[in-house]
Write a protein that binds this ligand. Sequence first.
Ligand code: SAH
Length: 359
Amino acid sequence: MEIIDKQIIDLPATAKVDIRKLDFSEIEEWIVNMKLPKFRAKQIYSWLWEKSATNFDLMTNLSFELRDELQKHFEILPIQVDKYQKSSDGTIKTRFILHDGNKIESVLIPVPDDNRYTVCVSTQVGCSLSCKFCATGLMKRVRNLSAAEIVDQVVLVNKQCREHFGHPLTNIVYMGMGEPLLNYQATLKSIEHITSPSGLGMSPKRITISTAGISKMIKKLADDGVKCNLALSLHAADDMKRNEIMPINENNNLEALMEALQYFYRHTKNRISFEYVALHGVNLSMSDAKNLAKHCRKFPVKVNIIEYNTVEGLPFGRAAMEETDAFGLALRNLDVTVTIRRSRGKDIDAACGQLANKE
Ligand code: SAH
């Protein structure tokens, strides 16, 4: 008993709760405890998640006294723009600084001709997966982002998108630093806030989660009834090759992954795609095409072939356009739906797998 008392006494007087870690009912409970009318909770929640307020002073429909109480008990820990770089193709990479000094990156990819403005968001500081071809994989995983830190990227890049292109964001891809399914709770919570009418109100159909492939969590996405699209970073179509370039495959082999994706499709009917990075001399043979085509018959799926962005110190090379095109054609001849995506933002290291907080 004594020890418990001491612990309480020892708590710093300034220990505040990150208010964006509370859900609506918890804010409401606090309001009721303060003997205030319940609708105050709604107002606070709306300031936090709909209007993205970064401090309590902005909450002008609350009394000064209430704002003061909020200030005493809680804190808001927004991310801040550290710097940004614009590529010659319009792509903008932004580095954000988090409240604890850690840094993450997001990328805005504008395609004005298609009226498409996509943000690529990070879910972790660093990554624990060490895919052999990826720059982020060279960093250690430092920590997970909170749901609020993921939503903040969307809010701030949306603002940037309006400023630079006079258009709001249209799409969100969870393809920045980190593995979203290893930060499952925050990823799902962030999607909830982004799509909820009491949040940013964007459509889940315009959101894609990209995963290196954790079969158990893919099934959980289905069980939790997510409404967004799913991309599997496949990159190799047989276990031997995939083990070599993506160690995560050792415990999540292709059979388990395909079974999980079938389950996901059966339960959600959401769109599934395979990402397939074109690695020179590694995964683009005709037998690779045949193996890949086999996996495409299990559920409706589209293959996106991505150009490889070389990473200093890593032994992989970009495939020549002819090598990539031949592979794409072989897949088409096997009735696979394929798109070849040319890389964006290369001159500023903003392309897939190049996010590594370089100066
Ligand atoms: N962890 C998630 C999301 C982050 S990576 C995932 O693995 O899907 C986003 C995509 O970029 C993945 O398909 C990843 O395999 C790919 N990628 C990684 N490094 C790359 C590189 N150097 N060039 C091109 N794509 C890369």
